[in-house]
Design a protein around this ligand. Structure first.
Ligand SMILES: [Zn+2]
Length: 172
């Protein structure tokens, strides 16, 4: 028992994928280990095959259903078959979710800069570009109201960010 809780404590805040014994997959970050062998997952997502055509009921798309409105979802350890984490610890949950759906894509990785937390840019960061992008991202997220619109905006924003990084822009 203590062994299990130690192993799980090491995974706190790390994005993980849970493979359940019933064949379902969930993802999120382990936030807590609760006695009774239950773990709390922050920003929970579930892998689902969603029907995307009303005409053809067999046409489905595999996607991550966002359950993060719940904030936490609780899982009993006895229902979990495996807990997976990414080899690359710098990957964000959103990047891991993308990798599951498109395993052959390379995640976009910018430079390290913790300006939003430390109020100081890292040495090699293009400060003006970084701050301008944060302003745009904030404005977009405030402007769009529905989850769907926010998701679309996030996708567009990621395309721009990817372009900048691929063209040697120094941003995180
Ligand atoms: Zn920066």
């Amino acid at each position: 028992m203590p062994k299990i809780s130690k192993a799980i404590e090491k995974l706190f805040t790390v994005p993980v994928i849970l493979e359940m014994k019933n064949g379902e997959f969930f993802a999120g970050a382990i936030d807590d280990y609760i006695s009774g062998r239950v773990i709390a997952i922050f920003a929970p997502h579930q892998l689902v095959d969603k029907e995307i055509s009303t005409k053809d009921p067999f046409y489905t798309e595999r996607l991550w259903e966002d359950h993060s409105k719940e904030i936490f979802e609780y899982f009993s350890l006895k229902d979990i078959k495996n807990i997976y984490r990414a080899k690359d610890e710098s990957l964000l949950l959103s990047q891991i979710l993308d990798l599951v759906l498109n395993p052959f894509q390379r995640p976009i990785k910018g430079i390290e800069c913790n300006w939003t937390e430390d109020k100081k840019h890292s040495e090699n960061c293009d400060e003006d570009l970084h701050e301008s992008l944060v302003k745009c991202a904030k404005a977009g997220m405030e402007y769009y109201k529905s989850e769907k619109e926010k998701e679309d905006f996030q996708k567009s924003f990621d395309i721009i960010r990817k372009f900048i990084i691929n063209n040697n822009g120094k941003i995180p």
